[in-house]
Design a protein around this ligand. Structure first.
Ligand SMILES: [Fe+2]
Ligand SMILES: [Fe+2]
Length: 248
């Protein structure tokens, strides 16, 4: 029995693909097939796969049906968390999604999932990604104050959701955690954030995140061992569609 993770499938079986990077990037060519083949090779029905957001380009559930069906047909149990592009998923209507797609898919929001003696906790997260105004040497000369104020609110809300996920697991007796975010835990300017602090507070062993696409973004946040936890970027194009093994 193993636990795997990946993010950012950005499926579009029924929707119009507008993202230029995905249209032209070689790594995205037939990525649905590459990923499915890896899953079939690596995983069994006993395994669990956490998909950390940006599942589909569809703007509503009817534009996502084939995408969710594709995910449903992958081996093992699938746990989905929200990404910034998942328009089909209103956080307040998570129960309806779970009712529709159980038992193969679990939509995780304000909840946790058990994997052996671990609690899998998570939320979408958020990071202020600018715009930052930089001079020619890359020094920051200013940024969009309004956007930053808005970002602080989103970060606060996501931290509350994450805490709820941890607390529910803790109340049920869990003491070991793996933490999942869609957004990276820090932006390119931060060394720490509310998300890294919370991972430390509860003692999450690993922090898994996605959202960063393309070579130029892969190093936006933390990789590897950092302040007692291990951090892993699992966006699909970074992993070249081979899901990362999180736990045996
Ligand atoms: Fe994405
Ligand atoms: Fe994203």
């Amino acid at each position: 029995m193993s636990l795997y993770a990946i993010g950012d499938l950005h499926l579009h079986f029924q929707s119009v693909l507008r993202a230029p990077g995905q249209l032209s990037g070689r790594v995205w060519k037939n990525h649905e097939e590459k990923f499915r083949n890896y899953c079939k090779k690596l995983m069994t029905e006993e395994d669990m796969l956490v998909l950390v957001g940006d599942h589909s380009w569809g703007r509503n559930l009817s534009e996502c049906e084939k995408d969710l069906q594709y995910i449903r047909e992958l081996p093992g149990r699938k746990i989905l968390t929200r990404g910034n592009h998942d328009m089909f998923w209103d956080a307040k209507k998570t129960k309806q999604l779970n009712d529709l797609y159980k038992p193969e898919l679990t939509f995780l929001q304000d909840a946790y999932e058990a994997y052996q003696d671990y609690a899998l906790v998570g939320t979408k997260g958020f990071t202020f990604e600018g715009p930052f105004y930089l001079d020619r040497r890359g020094r920051i000369t200013g940024w969009d104050d309004e956007a930053e104020i808005h970002a602080r609110k989103l970060v606060e809300r996501e931290l509350q959701r994450l805490r709820k996920s941890f607390e529910l697991a803790k109340a049920d007796g869990f003491r070991k955690y793996i933490m999942f975010l869609h957004y990276p835990p820090t932006n390119i300017l931060e060394e720490r954030s509310g998300f890294t602090d919370m991972a430390e507070e509860y003692g999450a062993e690993q922090v898994i995140y996605a959202h960063c696409h393309g070579e130029s973004r892969f190093n936006d946040s933390i990789h590897g061992e950092y302040r007692g936890r291990s951090y892993h970027l699992v966006s699909g194009d970074y992993l070249r569609w081979k899901p990362m093994k999180v736990l045996d």
